[in-house]
Design a protein around this ligand. Structure first.
Ligand SMILES: [Zn+2]
Length: 199
C-alpha cells in the first residue's frame, strides 16, 4: 500500500506554519493541497504556480519536493509527499517498463495523488456516456463528470457538494462515483474544519 490511512481526529502537526506569512504567500489551491499531504490525509500532490515560499515550507514540514519531469507533463511543477511515500512512488515509476504507456503513468500518478482507480481508468479510456457526450459537445471534449454535472444542474439545480473540493488535476469518473465522493468527502471535512479557524 502506497499510503496508510490516518484517523480523522488527529491533532494538526504544523499549526504554527499555517499561521506564518510564508504560508499566506502560497496560492490558496497550493495551501489546500499541501495541508492534506502534511497532515497525512492525502499521499502526495502536485504543486505549481507561485513557488517563492514553497520550498522553505516543505523543508520545515519534513516533506520532499521533486521537480516533476515525467513524460506527458507539460508545465514544470513539483511532486510533494513524505520521503517514505516519495520513495515508493519513485520506485513504482522506475520499475514501470521504459515503454510504459501514458495510461500506466496516469495509474501510478493517480495512486500517488490519492485518486480512485475507477476514475483514473475512465480518464485513460473515456467510456461513460460517450455517445451522449459527443452529441452534446461535438467539437470540444467534455469529461463524464462535467457532462453529468451539467445535466444535474439543468434538471435539479443540485449536485454532490463534495465535488466543490475536487482539485484541478482530478477528474472523477462520474458525478456520482462513490469512491470519488468518499475521497473528496474526507478532504472536505478537513478543509471545512481547518477553514473554520481550527488552525
Ligand atoms: Zn470513479
Amino acid at each position: 500500500m502506497l499510503f496508510p490511512e490516518k484517523s480523522e481526529n488527529t491533532e494538526l502537526k504544523f499549526r504554527n506554519i499555517y499561521t506564518s506569512p510564508e504560508w499566506q504567500d502560497l496560492d490558496p489551491i497550493n495551501r489546500a493541497q499541501l495541508i492534506m499531504v502534511a497532515e497525512g490525509v492525502k499521499p502526495g500532490t502536485i504543486i505549481g504556480g507561485n513557488l517563492s515560499s514553497f520550498l522553505k515550507i516543505i523543508e520545515k514540514m519534513g516533506l520532499e519536493a521533486s521537480l516533476n519531469t515525467h513524460r506527458f507533463q507539460m508545465a514544470a511543477v513539483y511532486d510533494v509527499a513524505t520521503p517514505e511515500v516519495m520513495n515508493k512512488y519513485r520506485l513504482r515509476l522506475l520499475t514501470a517498463d521504459i515503454s510504459a504507456t501514458k495510461a500506466e503513468c496516469h495509474r501510478i500518478n493517480g495512486e500517488f495523488l490519492g485518486y480512485p482507480a475507477c476514475c483514473t481508468e475512465e480518464y485513460n479510456n473515456p467510456q461513460k456516456n460517450l455517445k451522449a457526450r459527443i452529441a452534446k459537445s461535438p467539437n470540444k471534449f467534455i469529461s463524464n463528470v462535467d457532462f453529468e454535472l451539467q445535466g444535474m444542474i439543468e434538471t435539479t439545480g443540485h449536485y454532490p457538494d463534495e465535488l466543490d473540493f475536487c482539485p484541478p488535476s482530478f477528474t472523477p469518473c462520474s458525478a456520482n462515483c462513490e469512491n470519488a465522493l468518499c475521497v473528496l468527502g474526507k478532504w472536505k471535512i478537513r478543509a471545512l474544519r481547518w477553514s473554520m479557524g481550527q488552525i
